[in-house]
Design a binder for this molecule. Structure first.
Ligand SMILES: NC(=O)c1ccc[n+]([C@@H]2O[C@H](COP(=O)([O-])OP(=O)(O)OC[C@H]3O[C@@H](n4cnc5c(N)ncnc54)[C@H](OP(=O)(O)O)[C@@H]3O)[C@@H](O)[C@H]2O)c1
Length: 306
């Protein structure tokens, strides 16, 4: 028997057989003028929204978070409950109750959200978008009541608090608010302020780039297996080697070429491998992948503006 308590527009959907819960309900009447009951609200509680919410909570456990989604299944409710957030199915509750509103739906869903919520928002609020290709200009047109607009681009590294997060605030955002947002984002990765014109490059290099690095790790593993290693050992050593390389690059103040030189002796094994990688175009392939992804991001941004 599925038992779900539904209260004032807040409800759970599709419980499993043993699902018995009441979603927590914000008390609108308790809201004081110029005060928001929640610090942060999410419109779209999927992978990226959750990763960001969890990061916020890790560094600021006292933050009050409300999340809205059109699809609250049992697993999702449980995950958001686990980080102490409340849930709603009504997007307008986010604008009504949250000071910082995070747009974390897929690009194809943002128009519907914008149509629904165009009249919401106030000058006291901050609207932050994580949506690929969704520009500050589009945010301004869709949500004219909110002046403080922030666009970010990140990657799934956020899920393990190792994201690479590019941040572009609109010119109206006061410096202290920019600093506040940056310090919140620091909870789940490395943050950098970038001009909005860099967002497609960031999308290609770190947003999509994590997949290119996965592919290099996968190729390392396949090379290990082809050279005689068991799959198990090859798999563990491939990711460990990539981890070591990334940490060496981050922790050393030397350039990458000098780190390569360190492990390359004339006529040695690394030299032989690097010669083959050069012959087969490893470096050009990765650079080409980043540029193709950045160009695609540019195309998609233009489509979403139409
Ligand atoms: N995942 C990444 O690696 C990554 C990296 C960088 C940026 N991003 C950006 O992050 C955004 C979210 O990606 P994601 O991977 O988290 O997607 P996701 O897991 O699909 O999450 C989006 C959630 O929003 C819900 N939703 C759809 N329409 C809605 C509406 N009108 N109101 C409220 N909720 C709605 C979806 O429900 P349904 O399932 O019912 O549609 C889904 O649960 C995207 O715009 C993407 O560009 C993602």
């Amino acid at each position: 028997m599925v038992k779900v308590t539904i209260e004032r527009g807040f409800r759970a959907v599709k419980g499993s057989k043993n699902f018995s819960t009441a979603l927590k309900v914000p008390q609108f009447s308790e809201r004081q003028k110029n005060e928001f009951q929640y610090d942060i609200g999410f419109i779209g509680a999927g992978n990226m929204g959750y990763a960001i919410a969890e990061g916020f909570k890790m560094t600021n456990p006292n933050l009050k978070i409300l999340a809205s989604d059109s699809n609250w299944n049992l697993d999702r409710v449980q995950k958001w409950n686990d980080i102490g957030s409340n849930q709603t199915q009504q997007n307008e509750n986010i604008f009504e109750n949250c000071r910082l509103v995070v747009l974390s739906v897929k690009p194809q869903s943002i128009q519907a959200v914008a149509n629904e919520l165009a009249s919401h928002g106030t000058s006291e609020q901050i609207l932050m978008s994580v949506i690929a290709g969704y520009s500050i200009e589009s945010m301004r047109k869709s949500f004219p009541n909110v002046q403080n607009l922030v666009r970010i681009m990140t990657n799934t590294g956020c899920l393990i608090k190792e994201g690479a997060i590019a941040v572009t605030p609109s010119e109206e955002v006061p410096l202290d608010v920019v600093q506040e947002v940056m310090s919140l984002l620091n909870g789940f990765g490395l943050t950098e302020l970038v001009p909005e014109s860099s967002m497609d490059a960031v999308t290609g290099m770190s947003g999509s780039g994590i997949a290119f690095v996965y592919q290099v790790i996968q190729a390392l593993e396949e090379g290990g297996v082809a050279s005689g290693l068991s799959r198990d050992v090859a798999s563990k050593f491939a990711s460990q080697t990539a981890l070591a390389a990334a940490k060496m690059v981050q922790q050393s103040d030397r350039d990458i070429q000098s780190l390569i030189d360190d492990v390359t002796s004339p006529a040695g094994t690394t030299y032989a491998g690097l010669q083959k990688a050069k012959e087969m175009g490893l470096s050009q392939a990765v650079q080409g992948a980043v540029q193709a992804a950045a160009e695609r991001s540019f195309e998609l941004s233009n489509i979403s503006k139409k």
